[in-house]
Design a protein around this ligand. Structure first.
Ligand code: PLP
Length: 400
């Protein structure tokens, strides 16, 4: 009954684990879910109030397809002041979340057979979005010793005449790594030899950085701006995942192309969410930096605990709310019941079924020797999660 293209894509692995965690919870089990990709905070009050006001004021109709001019002006102002990037409102397309901006960017630029370079570990949706557009994902494996960041050499080796796009995600989901200005400049230098290649820069975790401010590749390498699509949004930094609000900033030709797709697929993002987005950008960032500081405390706790577990290799992430430890020492083992643990998926299934701890296997992100732990959860949950992880891994260790 369904179309061919559906067979090309798989359902989101992260959502699968979260669904299993929910199922177990509904059956009455106490589950520690550290698999989620969203802040555990509420959206700040001043943003909620702006949305309530929009409803009360009767701001109920469709807006302009690319988003209200007020919001696009605020986005341009934000990009200018915080990222030193100049855009005009016609280069901004506001969407129902960064995910949609990414999907439409790919649909608008990728022809069948075009290659898209995706450094692994990658966010689960990139390869599937590329496949939906009939492009070819070219996954570049990176090294834990380089904090899973793609080097200039890695990029050079993957580029060829069929390459149409490179996707970068900094701060990264799932590793929390951030590319420095120098690293971005090195990648840009390699791309200078490939003037047709577009950069899709996913900056959704921009406000969740712990060591230094986020740098966009369009800022680190201004010569690339004319072929870079910057994607950002409100979900992570402002704890607004359910509001579904994101945007892209791109050369006019690309923003117009994505706007055309959007006009046929969804018309425009929610009018109420856009008013909330305006309040988010029009106000000081104090509240969101409080959330970031709380994430930092949890990061320090979890990294410290993980680094004490024999066999785990783990670096402290500079951004986002995930740690991505290397768990290769626990592969090719078996459980006390004799069940083999040969992959990160086996390990995560064992942890959820036996210890009621939900983590996401590295396999889902193209890195079979890692797994993702989200610290977008309370300290009490993290403590419980670490205790369950230790118990589970001890059982495997004893079988080696
Ligand atoms: C790397 C990355 N990009 C994009 C998104 C999607 O964000 P949004 O909620 O704005 O669609 C996510 C959400 O999980 C993400 O982790």
């Amino acid at each position: 009954m369904v179309a061919e293209r559906i067979n090309r894509i798989s359902p989101s692995q992260t959502m699968k684990i979260s669904a299993r965690a929910k199922e177990l919870q509904q059956e009455g089990h106490s589950v520690v879910a550290l698999s989620q990709g969203e802040p555990d905070f509420n959206t700040p009050d001043y943003i909620c109030k702006a949305a309530i006001k929009a409803i009360e004021d009767g701001f109920h109709g469709y807006t302009v397809n690319t988003g209200t001019i007020e919001l696009r002006n605020l986005i341009c102002q934000k990009l200018r002041e915080e990222n030193h990037l100049e855009y005009t409102p016609d280069q901004i397309v506001v969407s129902n979340g960064a995910k949609q901006s990414l999907g439409f960017s790919i649909l608008a630029t990728i022809n069948p057979g075009d290659e898209v370079i995706i450094p692994a570990p990658y966010w689960v949706s990139y390869p599937e979005m590329v496949k939906l557009a009939e492009g070819k994902p070219v996954v570049v494996r990176t090294d834990v010793t380089n904090r899973y960041k793609m080097t200039a050499d890695d990029l050079r080796n993957a580029l060829n005449s069929k390459t149409k796009m490179v996707i970068l995600c900094s701060p990264s989901n799932p590793t929390g790594s951030c590319y420095s200005r120098e690293e971005l400049a090195e990648l840009a230098e390699v791309l200078a030899d490939y003037p047709e290649v577009i950069v899709l820069s996913d900056e959704i975790y921009e406000y969740i950085t712990y060591e230094s401010d986020h740098v966009s590749i369009a800022q680190a390498a201004p010569e690339l701006k004319e072929r870079t699509i910057v994607v950002n949004g409100f979900s992570k930094g402002f704890a607004m995942t359910g509001w579904r609000l994101g945007y892209l900033a791109a050369p006019a030709e690309i923003s117009e192309a994505t706007a055309r797709i959007q006009s046929q697929e969804t018309s425009a993002p929610s009018s109420i969410s856009q008013k909330a987005g305006e309040a988010a950008y029009a106000n000081p960032r104090d509240e969101i930096f409080k959330m970031r500081d709380e994430f930092r405390n949890r990061r320090d706790y979890i990294v410290d605990e993980l680094s004490r577990i024999d066999g785990i290799k783990c670096f402290s992430p500079e951004g986002a709310f995930y740690v991505f430890p290397d768990i290769s020492a626990f592969l090719n083992t078996h459980t006390a019941d004799g069940e083999p643990i040969n992959s990160s998926t086996d390990l995560c299934m064992f942890l959820i079924e036996k210890h009621r701890l939900a983590l996401v296997p590295g396999d889902a992100f193209g890195e079979p020797e890692g797994l993702r732990i989200s610290f977008a959860a309370s300290m009490a949950m993290l403590e419980d999660g670490i205790a369950r992880l230790k118990t589970g891994l001890k059982e495997l260790k004893s079988t080696i």
